[in-house]
Design a protein around this ligand. Structure first.
Ligand code: ADP
Ligand code: MG
Length: 240
């Protein structure tokens, strides 16, 4: 579903992604870990072309992400993204936050979009917050709205970039639970997170990045118990 074939990316002279080769299958849950600055966010952002690659080939569903002929809106419609900071519209209600894109992009009627929005609010466990404003919600609730907003576009792929890093500890679990449920339903997910419990429970694969390279990958049980690369070992010893 997602394929990086010898992908490189530079920011000016800075070589941020180095010969990335990666294939992610439909329904797979891949967790990306690695030190700050190793290129995790950049790799994720290339998938929906928030960043452009310098060379190599990147395809999503056989669509060449960087081909001029590729309809970038069609690509992005199919890929939901959830960030560390939730980026909800502060002056819109929860319901409006979720219905805006489906009405505009998918041309859903207001009634239809609201029905879909309420379905996903129920799913993320906060149906009663439909008419609240983001500032009236906790961080964990805001992040669950952001996830519902992503899901309302009915994407085939969900990207998560450190979705729990900005949350107070007691709110991390409620967000991870929503993500676990999504993973178990078969969503294709790429998740940058250092939450090992989440990775162990639902990840099919862990990818360890360092200095713009994929240094090691493996099943969570193998990787956490016995990382092969010295830098992966060192990294795990610091975060665990
Ligand atoms: P990570 O998510 O693993 O912390 P990033 O992908 O955010 O890493 O960043 C990788 C490197 O690229 C960092 O050194 C960062 O400073 C640099 N970088 C990220 N975005 C830009 C940009 N827009 N312009 C220049 N350098 C950038
Ligand atoms: Mg990052």
């Amino acid at each position: 579903m997602i394929r990086f074939d010898t992908v490189n990316k530079y920011f000016g002279d800075f070589h941020v992604l180095k010969n990335i080769n990666l294939e992610i299958n439909k329904g797979e849950v891949v967790v990306v870990i690695g030190p700050s600055g190793s290129g995790k966010s950049t790799m994720l952002r290339c998938i929906n072309r928030l960043e452009t690659i310098t060379d190599g080939e990147l395809t999503v569903n056989d669509l060449k992400v960087n081909d001029k002929k590729t309809d970038i809106n069609q690509l992005r419609r199919n890929i939901g993204m959830v960030f560390q900071h939730f980026y909800l519209y502060p002056h819109k209600t929860v319901l409006e936050n979720i219905t805006t894109a489906p009405m505009k992009v998918l041309k859903q009627s207001k009634e239809e979009a609201e029905k879909v929005a309420r379905y996903y609010l129920e799913k993320v466990g906060i149906p009663e917050k439909a008419d609240s404003y983001p500032s009236q919600l906790s961080g964990g609730q805001q992040q669950r709205v952001a996830i519902a907003r992503g899901l309302a576009m009915k994407p085939e792929i969900m990207l998560f970039d450190e979705p729990t890093s900005a949350l107070d500890p007691e709110m991390i679990g409620e967000v991870l639970d929503v993500m676990k449920a999504l993973a178990k339903e078969g969503m294709t997910m790429v998740v940058v997170t250092h939450e090992m419990g989440f990775a162990r429970e639902v990840a099919d694969r862990i990818i360890f990045m360092d200095h713009g390279q994929i240094l090691e990958q493996g099943k969570p049980a193998d990787f956490y118990a016995n990382p092969k690369e010295e830098r992966a070992r060192l990294f795990l010893s610091r975060i665990l």
